[in-house]
Design a protein around this ligand. Sequence first.
Ligand code: 5GP
Length: 362
Amino acid sequence: MEWFASIPKVELHAHLNGSIRDSTLLELARDLGEKHVIVFSDVEHVILKNDRSLTEVFKLFDLIHIITTDHGTVKRITKEVIEDFASENVIYLELRTTPKRNDSKGMTKRSYMEAVMEGVRAVSTVDVVFPHNNVDAGSHIISVPVNDMCNGTTRKKIYVRLLLSIDRRESTAAAMETVKLALEMRDLGVVGIDLSGNPVVGEWITFLPALKFAREHGLDITLHCGEVPNPKEIQAMLDFIPQRIGHACYFGEDDWKRMKSYKIPVEICLTSNITTASVSSLDVHHFADLYKEKHPLVLCTDDSGVFSTSLSKEYNLAASAYGLGKREMFELARNAVEFLFENDEVKQDLRSIFDLAAKKLD
Ligand code: 5GP
């Protein structure tokens, strides 16, 4: 495990509210319990439960959103989530979140995102490369040499970029509002759009206009695709040819062929897929086939809080389940750089960080 924590890594599929520390969630829930907003004893076991079906996961998200959706809490959890990823040597994090309106808290989608950005800038334990954060992107102050992490003389550095999620419960107008917000916040670290939310809710056609608009204006798009058996939707999503796909658990033979021919990178979330029983076991998980065929893929956490995982754990799991050695796992981590929603300058900086770490591999 330690070794997997020590190598540089790239995280491209992490939902903010799914990545909250259990301790923070419990603390916040207890506070709300004392204020009689919720009954703490009713929610404690829901938060601490380990095995969750996909339906239970979305029930938990509804609870999490009651607990977290005010500006101060959004700022706090963003800061903590970034610190947690940086502590295990994630050097580039694309953090996704659904901008939320909450009238009772005076929150708009914009003010929600401003709170997220304040959280990014509030990180002080590591250097965060984020627009207007005064950390030089090119400076190699980062401490990522393998097995020589943060020795007290060097500070860790993490690039943070944001994806705005459209929730499948939303209307076309609400989805469009999110895309327009993303476009307005492009210079502020927003690099793309994600479609997520309960996969049995909503219709692809509802989101398509907003996704097309995003594409026309140059935003990259990643879609949660094939989390449940829905062949028509999977085909429509493949017709769209997104820049990346998350999960891809229920693909038919034809879908695989098309996705492979388009070379769409897949965000693989092993623990999430197994916990929610979207895939019955690691033996039959599509990671093995995609890896063998050298299809572009990236290991991700999905919801490190909800699924009690970390990116290092996901690497460890893949290595042991599929018999991959250190060199192969390092290359897998390095390849992820090619799939991020950023320009070549950023990719080049990240590649050079991996090159530096590679020298210390053997
Ligand atoms: P947030 O966007 O509130 O920061 O993160 C939590 C939200 O991300 C959930 O309410 C849900 O919309 C989305 N999400 C998190 N995990 C998953 C997942 O495994 N599948 C899908 N489809 N959506 C998810």
